[in-house]
Ligand binder design. Structure first.
Ligand code: ZN
Ligand code: CA
Length: 426
């Protein structure tokens, strides 16, 4: 459902047109649902696959619910692609950093406004296990501040992903298996942002796009969307959260697959007064309009629930294990990219029914030993092996005792690292 609020008489949102005049405008808080619907229409198989994946996501959530151990904390390397046409769209490094700070507070539930979470909802509120950094090394292993900029001739970008490719006036994604890609630009139609849900077939469009003046919490900002929570919301879509009202057009049959969020008819705007009841929740604690997956103003959002936190954890372990183990938050080791040139590995046949041959081409003087690690789609370690003197070897990786499925193989030592998907089919 496309929801537009018109703020023609409000000073809260004032856009600049290309002649520099201030124009009243409309705001589309989030276009992710429409974006994914278009994607599924173009490729119906994607939707079928996601429905299959959902079972695995929920199995992972079940495991987290029954686990007594603390969740592992994952720090996600972020690259911010700033695509600008005017000086004000070229947001400062400080504005970018302020968004990372906001993410680290909100995802860790360290935000000062947790005091505004109603007492009745506090038992359901929970920190997630995600933290974020600006990438410290680029795709070639060279130093970076995690921010990339381009002056474009495109005055605004729509949800057709034009901003995600250099050829269409934007900037190309960095390897989605190692970086969370965020594009910041001027969006058309008053859209504040959209995120792509994770897909098991990885795309170079995975990530999120945010309107430049709704990004971060210092610098060039709209008054109502000035606490970085548009980005919190869109990243959550990228991490597999649905809208809290279930995207069912105001009825009560839709679900966000999180049993601890109250049933809700539609999205809320502005700032509701607690408790607020709607057509789906008419008594008790009311609806959770202060949840990051609703549409309330930034200042009124302050919580994720436990089940939302577990859902993101399960989904990302399943879809993007290599993003969770990416080392791009660390400053590059001197010379690593040179060594990289002398390291090559291939696994064949892939898929196989049990044994992979790992063909390793590498330089013995710099690579004395290698560690092999295989994890399944839930991120569970299923195999580990250390190889000494691997140079020139064809090593056999024996997974005959494992069930069919897709696994992630990581081969690494302190100087190099290669990660790839391998599949067992019987
Ligand atoms: Zn949304
Ligand atoms: Ca609903």
């Amino acid at each position: 459902m496309k929801k537009i609020i018109t703020l023609a008489f409000s000073l809260l949102f004032v856009g600049m047109n290309i002649y520099g005049q201030e124009v009243a405008s409309t705001v589309v808080r989030c276009a992710s649902d429409e974006y994914m619907k278009k994607m599924f229409e173009a490729n119906p198989a994607l939707k079928v696959q996601r429905q299959k994946d959902e079972l695995l996501v929920q199995q992972g959530v079940d495991r987290l619910n029954s686990s007594k151990s603390a969740q592992m904390i994952f720090t996600i390397p972020v690259v911010v692609h700033v695509v600008y046409r005017t000086a004000s769209q070229n947001i400062s490094d400080a504005q970018v950093q302020s968004q990372i700070d906001a993410l680290n507070e909100d995802f860790a539930r360290l935000n000062a406004d947790t005091v505004n979470t109603p007492a009745a909802f506090k038992p359901y509120a929970r920190a997630t296990n995600f933290r974020f950094c600006l990438a410290q090394q680029d795709t070639n292993g060279n130093p970076t501040n995690g921010i990339e900029r381009r002056l474009t001739t495109t005055s605004s970008f729509s949800t057709n992903n034009g901003v995600k490719a250099y050829a269409t006036g934007g900037l190309d994604a960095w390897d989605v298996n190692r970086y969370l890609n965020i594009w910041v630009c001027n969006m058309s139609g008053g859209v504040l942002g959209y995120g792509e849900f994770p897909l098991s077939a990885h795309t170079s469009t995975y990530g999120l796009v945010i309107q430049y003046n709704a990004f971060g919490r210092v610098g060039t900002l709209q008054a109502t969307y000035n606490l970085g929570r548009t980005t919190v919301h869109e990243i959550s879509h990228c991490f597999n959260l649905y809208h809290i009202w279930g995207d069912d057009g105001g009825t009560c049959g839709g679900s966000d697959y999180c049993p601890d969020t109250p049933n809700q008819g539609s999205e809320n705007y502005g700032c509701r007064t607690y408790p607020y009841y709607d057509n789906c929740t008419t008594s008790g604690n009311g609806v959770m309009f202060m949840n990051y997956m609703d549409y309330s103003d930034d200042v009124c959002l302050n919580m994720f629930t436990t089940q939302q936190s577990f859902r993101m954890n399960s989904a990302m372990s399943q879809y993007y294990p290599t993003l969770l183990s990416s080392t791009a938050c660390e400053a590059p080791t001197t010379g690593i990219s040179n060594i990289d040139n002398y390291f090559n590995i291939s696994a064949y046949p892939n898929p196989t029914d049990g044994i992979f041959n790992l063909d390793m081409f590498l330089t013995p003087s710099v690579i004395e030993s290698l560690q092999l690690v295989v994890v399944d789609q839930t991120g569970r370690l299923i195999f580990e092996e250390k190889l000494s003197s691997p140079a020139g070897q064809v090593h056999q990786l024996d997974l005959r005792n494992q069930p069919s499925g897709v696994y992630t193989l990581t081969v690494f030592n302190d100087k190099v690292k290669r990660t790839f998907k391998i599949a067992l089919v019987r």
